[in-house]
Each structure stands twice: as C-alpha cells, then as structure tokens.
Design a protein around this ligand. Structure first.
Ligand SMILES: [Zn+2]
Length: 221
C-alpha cells in the first residue's frame, strides 16, 4: 500500500465527471487499498478516487462507529493493570478496550437509490482543508454499488454516514462542497443549525464528513 497525493481545491480534476469502473482487477484493488491508507492518514471518513487523481467511479469510507472514541483521556489506563477491584467494570472495560479494526466499505459504481429526510449540517472535505460547508443532506441514504470483485450490494447509511456517502457520490460527478454550501463555518460567527436538528446531530455533522469525528471540528478555533 502507498499513500497517494490528495488533490486540493483548484485542481480541475475535482470538477470532472468520473467514468465507470469496468475492470475489477489487481489495479483496482491497489487503488482501493491506497485510498484507504490515504484516508486514514488524513483522518478522513471518506475519500473518492478523483481526490487522488483517478477519474473512476469509486470511493471508500470508514464506518464512524468502528473508530476509537476521541477525548477518552480519563480512560487512558495502561493495558494490563486491572485489579480485582476492576472486575465489576470488566464488561465495560472490555467493550472499550476491545476497539475493533476500522470497518471500511468500498463503493464501486455507486448510485444513491433512496434517501429520507434532509438536515442542514456542516461537513468538511479532504480536498478543502479547514473549510466546513453547511449543506443539506439526507438523514438516511441507501446506496447500490459493486465491491472490488464486481459483486453488487446495497448499503444503508444513517446520520453522518448518510452525509458521507452522498458527499462521496457527488465527488464522482465533479460536485464538491463549494457547489453545495449554503454557507461556510466561520469561527468568528458560528451559526448553529435549525431548531429541528437535535444538538447531537448538529455536533456530529459539525465534525465534518471527511474528517474523523472531533478531529479539527469547527468547535476548535
Ligand atoms: Zn470531499
């Protein structure tokens, strides 16, 4: 695997429509592996092929739930120092200690086939570092796609992941956050989302689609 360069705002390739993937070969597998590594290195939740200069309809995401929780300093015990006194909390500790491997999903030739509701929330993009756009996205999205072997599957995404899969699908049509933003986050004049958003949703969305939750969130100034 290898890190690839992330194309930044201003690169014409980000505004082009990508072609379908037709060859499910070792080269595609290499691209997907590289994209996952590049995404994790940049603390992203999603990355589309055009963002690494490849004009093909493919993107990867990492499921938000599979990432370790952030700001867990109070739990930062060294492993292996449990005592009998901790036994009562063993189940909880296990749940927290046993952070699973990140769960990646690869989408080839994706199509958003169903959406539900819409909510305005902030999202970031690895191609627009430091910018958070307020964009309306569905709270639930179903995507039909192929995996790296060409097998069809459907994927149902909710909340931040629904925002993420819509954002990544847009990339494949050359649509980026500057095209969709109702406004951008301004740390001098933060605007929070409509009353019908729960605070949780606003916070979640504020973390940014392509930034792992809490990392460089708009709350940080
Ligand atoms: Zn993006």
């Amino acid at each position: 695997m290898a890190l690839r360069n992330i194309m930044l705002d201003g690169e014409p390739i980000l505004k082009k429509k990508c072609r379908p993937v037709t060859k499910f070969d070792a080269r595609l597998a290499q691209l997907l592996d590289d994209m996952k590594e590049t995404m994790m290195d940049a603390s992203g939740l999603g990355l589309a092929a055009p963002q690494v200069g490849i004009m093909r309809r493919a993107f990867v995401v990492v499921e938000e739930d599979s990432l370790p929780p952030l700001a867990q300093d109070d739990d930062a015990e060294a492993p292996g120092n449990e005592t009998a006194a901790d036994t009562a909390n063993a189940a909880d500790d296990k749940a927290e200690a046993a952070i699973p491997e990140p769960v990646f999903v690869e989408f080839i030739n994706p199509e958003v086939i169903e959406t539900e509701d819409e909510v305005l929330g902030y999202e970031g993009c690895l191609s627009f570092p430091g910018k958070y756009a307020a964009i309306k996205r569905p709270t639930r999205a179903v995507v039909r796609a192929q995996d790296r072997n060409g097998e069809a599957f459907t994927y149902e995404a909710h909340g931040l992941m629904a925002r993420c899969v819509c954002h990544e699908t847009n990339h494949l049509d050359g649509i980026t956050i500057d095209d969709l933003a109702e406004f951008f986050y301004d740390p001098e004049n933060p605007r929070y989302m409509g009353e019908d958003d729960t605070e949780g949703e606003a916070d979640e969305a504020g973390a940014g689609t392509e930034k792992a939750a809490g990392d460089a969130a708009p709350e940080e100034t």
